[in-house]
Design a protein around this ligand. Structure first.
Ligand code: ZN
Length: 163
């Protein structure tokens, strides 16, 4: 993985209670993530609740992705608005206990959240994305491409959509 940006939280010196963070997920952050989109404008707001022996991280990832429509090949803007939670406990060494629970060494005052921002952002990218329908329920895809597709047999179209 070849990311140009690193996101770290210094949590050792923070008081018990809630702390707000904001991370701009620049396009460089996504360079190796997915070649399906050309531009990403995503922000992760994070509230970290520090307790005596536990950190609770609440991520709100929001913004837009410029994707290529899977139906007509045109540009389509996808809005992201997702919430994720991560629990950080203290232990002897780093362990990923489950998808949303990690254990970090007792004496580590710093938390590297690159991987988690990356994973959460990945989850926010739809596997299939097409232009939305307008208020009349009509597709807003490029009509020229759509009419071309509708001239292909239904069977072939199904094959294309499944590939
Ligand atoms: Zn389209």
């Amino acid at each position: 993985m070849n990311r140009t940006v690193t996101y770290r939280i210094q949590h050792a010196g923070l008081a018990i209670g809630k702390h707000d963070f904001r991370f701009d997920l620049e396009s460089g952050f996504f360079s190796s993530l997915d070649e399906r989109f050309s531009c990403a404008t995503l922000v992760s707001d994070m509230v970290m609740e520090k307790q005596d022996r536990l950190l609770i991280l609440n991520f709100h990832i929001h913004g837009t992705l410029e994707l290529v429509c899977d139906r007509c090949g045109g540009d389509v803007t996808h809005t992201v608005d997702s919430h994720y939670e991560l629990f950080v406990k203290y232990g002897n060494s780093f362990v990923e206990e489950s998808e949303d629970v990690i254990i970090v060494p007792e004496d580590s005052g710093e938390l590297d959240i690159d991987q988690y921002l990356y994973d959460f952002a990945s989850l926010s990218i739809p596997t299939f994305c097409v232009h939305p329908d307008d208020e009349n329920g009509e597709s807003t895809c490029d009509p020229a491409v759509v009419s071309l597709i509708s001239n292909i047999g239904t069977e072939e179209f199904t094959n294309i959509e499944n590939n």
